[in-house]
Design a protein. Structure first.
Length: 133
């Protein structure tokens, strides 16, 4: 790919990450955990020592208007929505990488002697950052 002067640095990396973002077509909030639990029945095996707990149940927990909302999913439901839970984690990873690539781009752009955007700086004394060898 030709590296044209007009492009910001790190373009290939940033474009690749933007392409990954474009593949995300669903994101579900919250977290999914497998949980085993006790019931309210007296004398149930879940009260024995050692206990025989119920489950595991697939518990989906998320925050809605500051409150924790829990919902249980069947195996089929988890299979159906797993990709969207995975996407939520992927989205955060891609955004973090895109931030790093963009910060590198800014540093490289500035180091290459980008025009200062401070118009009050006299042009004769404009500082130009040279890349360190
Ligand atoms: Zn029980």
């Amino acid at each position: 790919m030709p590296d044209r002067e007009t492009h910001m640095p790190w373009e290939a990396t940033r474009r690749a990450l933007a392409g990954e973002l474009a593949e995300i077509d669903g994101v579900l909030p919250g977290s999914v955990v497998l949980r085993q639990m006790r019931c309210g029945k007296p004398g149930c095996a879940c009260k024995h020592d050692p206990p025989s707990l119920h489950g595991p149940y697939i518990q989906w927990t998320r925050t809605v208007d500051g409150k924790t909302v829990t919902r249980y999913l069947s195996d089929d439901q988890l299979t159906r929505y797993q990709g969207w839970f995975d996407n939520a984690r992927r989205l955060k990873e891609i955004v973090a990488k895109l931030e790093i690539a963009s910060l590198h781009a800014v540093e490289q752009y500035e180091a290459a002697g980008a025009p200062a955007d401070d118009s009050s700086t006299p042009s004769g004394s404009r500082r130009r950052h040279q890349p360190r060898q």
